[in-house]
Design a protein around this ligand. Structure first.
Ligand code: NCD
Length: 293
């Protein structure tokens, strides 16, 4: 049995096979591949895209979804997350999808369940399905020729699990990564190419990935306001000029903080394409983990 805790759980070959399936699933036709299967969705943190994409993916494949309303679950009666998951596991589902604010929790749960665990985001650690859909979006755009393409990730890279998962995944496909952030959001390691301003890299890059400032993960206030941050880090028409660059963002976008109104309707922005790809990639992941036991 295989889990998806980090993108390292899949080999390059497995990822390319997932992409072959995802490409077919982009027709968004309903199928019966997972008919009779039951998938439990446990989101202990807010979500719009990831949760709806997982639920749509499961339903498009014919599976049943049990999405626990954590506001009314026994978590409020003092049960630990570990015990909640042990009990859910005892109902014998075919997969459990979990998002939690605690980094490392899905990895620890994986040894105590009888079905695949899919990490839908754990703290600031990992968000493997997001990185896989980001890679798929880049891969399809460049028709598989990712080797040597340059990607810069802009914003709160230190607290972002999306940055974490992409940092581990994209270089495996030959993508060259750099980061643009104010000092307070930079990685504390000189292992990475980090810049203060996007102007330093914009002439070289093929892809810009903008990130939301992860206010909920900060225990101090770094900027007097997000507008203050936006002055230097918001992606605008001026930032891009007429360069042929792909603009990505995992969502939710803080308008005119992460990306300007104008750039949100610019054809170089592939944010909604990422969302659609996210359904197809998650269909491929559910199929693989549930059927290839
Ligand atoms: C991200 C997340 O939750 O990690 N969103 C997502 O899943 N699409 C990014 C964020 O919250 O900023």
């Amino acid at each position: 049995m295989q889990h998806l805790i980090t993108t390292g759980d899949f080999s390059k070959e497995e990822i390319l096979n997932l992409f072959d399936d995802a490409r077919e699933f982009l027709d968004m036709k309903s199928r019966e591949i997972l008919k009779g299967k039951i998938i439990v969705v446990l989101f202990f943190e807010n979500s719009t895209r990831t949760r709806s994409a997982f639920e749509t993916a499961a339903k498009r494949l014919g599976a049943e979804i049990i999405a626990l309303d954590l506001g009314t679950s026994s978590i409020n009666k003092g049960e630990t997350t570990f015990d909640t998951v042990a009990n859910i596991n005892a109902t014998k589902p075919d997969a459990i999808i979990i998002r939690h604010s605690e980094s490392g929790l899905p990895a620890r749960l994986a040894d105590h369940v009888d079905c695949p665990i899919i990490n839908a985001g754990d703290g600031n650690n990992a968000h493997p399905t997001q990185a896989l859909l980001d890679l798929f979006t880049i891969y399809e755009h460049f028709e598989g020729k990712t080797e040597g393409k340059k990607v810069t990730i802009v914003g709160d890279v230190k607290s972002s699990r999306v940055a974490g998962s992409n940092r581990r995944l994209l270089p495996r496909f030959g993508l060259d990564l750099s980061y643009v952030a104010p000092d307070c959001f930079k990685f504390e390691s000189d292992e990475y190419k980090q810049y203060d301003h996007i102007a330093e890299v914009i002439d070289e890059v093929d892809v810009v990935m903008s990130l939301r400032t992860q206010l909920e993960r900060h225990n101090e206030i770094y900027f007097s306001s997000l507008q203050e941050y936006a002055k230097d880090y918001c992606i605008t028409k001026d930032t891009f000029g007429d360069r042929d660059i792909l603009l990505l963002h995992p969502g939710p976008v803080n308008r005119n903080v992460d990306i300007s109104d104008e750039m949100l309707v610019d054809p170089r922005n592939k944010i909604l394409e990422q969302v659609t790809n996210g359904v197809a990639v998650r269909m491929a992941i559910l199929k693989k983990l549930i059927l290839e036991q």
